[in-house]
Design a protein around this ligand. Sequence first.
Ligand SMILES: Cc1cc2nc3c(=O)[nH]c(=O)nc-3n(C[C@H](O)[C@H](O)[C@H](O)COP(=O)(O)O)c2cc1C
Length: 388
Amino acid sequence: MLSWLTAGESHGEQLTGIVDGIPAHLPLDEEDINYELRRRQFGYGRGDRMSIEKDEIRITGGVRYGLTTGAPISLVLYNRDYEQWKDKVSITPTEHPSAPLTAPRPGHSDFAGAVKYNQNDLRNVIERASARETAMRTALGAIAKKLLSVFGIQIGSHVLQIGSIQTSHSFSPLEVIQACKIDPTPLRCLDREAEQKMMQAIDEAKSQGDTLGGIIEVVAINVPIGLGSFVQWYRRLDGRIAQAILSIHAIKAVGFGSQVFSSSPLMGSQFHDEIHGKDDRHIYRATNSAGGIEGGMSNGEPIVVRLMMKPLASLGQPLATIDLETGEKRQALRERSDVCAVPAAGVVAEAMVALVLADALVEKVGGDSIEEMKAHFESWRSKWDTSI
Ligand SMILES: Cc1cc2nc3c(=O)[nH]c(=O)nc-3n(C[C@H](O)[C@H](O)[C@H](O)COP(=O)(O)O)c2cc1C
């Protein structure tokens, strides 16, 4: 229903994005997108690049007089770094190309990418494999969020763990959404005491030339019942969200519900979410171990997704590698790098969840315009009231 693509390199002139399938008459302006781009750039532990790249989107198609037209929406994001990199990433052949990079960095796409695409200069892999691409995903996700907001669906994220430091208690999806509206804390962590310790851990890692990963929770509230389906493997909402999240650079695990990475598994009788009803229309659960998805479909409870980000691979103290040209032992290249990008990855994950939910919503209620979509949505939604 919705399809989206990105193109462009980390230090190239621009990133390009297209999302197709957004209905006509959705109000959209560049500030809606820039707001999310600023959220992605923020966070303790980011590298120098974040102070260079003050991301500002340009909408180049699919919007007229502030409203979507139903045509594909195209976006452009200029890389401010490009001026310094022009010669190294020139589109046209140059008389003075930069020396090829031949020592693959462990933990990155360098080695497998060079072998796969028959490249003798790793720059041709690094540039596209870089997580800079997630800036455009964030921009596309902002459009999906705007569409979802028309139907009351809101998405947010917070950090649960950095390195070995964890939050000491849990927060409700509503608390997460409310906190995201202010986004004031350096790591987007709702437990301020734990956050201070996380910042210390980042400082320590930095002083040792090391990096840290962590765990993030993404929540979506007011998601109507019945997005996704059990009838085919590729239609399951949890499968679609998991694929979208795992496609984010450095995300290595994903699961649903707050029990998912728990070290002490519960018994079935403790785990499953019993069904209660206030009246025949308002069905609710006292718990949400399922994370809002049962049988591959949203069940009306908040969707709760947890994801694990590996520690970043570019270290201040570089790892051992081999020069693919000479076979000699080398130290991996030190590109300018973050120490910890966990809060930023949370914003990217919000964008990916938004794109999947918007896709599933358009699939469920259809409609080429917002008016048509709203009419379909109301007639379907009026049957059940599960708003929190
Ligand atoms: C928002 C974001 C920022 C990142 N910044 C860095 C970075 O500065 N340095 C680094 O080594 N990896 C960074 N990464 C992760 C790398 O892009 C990733 O480790 C690499 O693509 C290989 O991971 P993969 O095997 O999951 O693709 C970042 C990831 C995200 C999502």
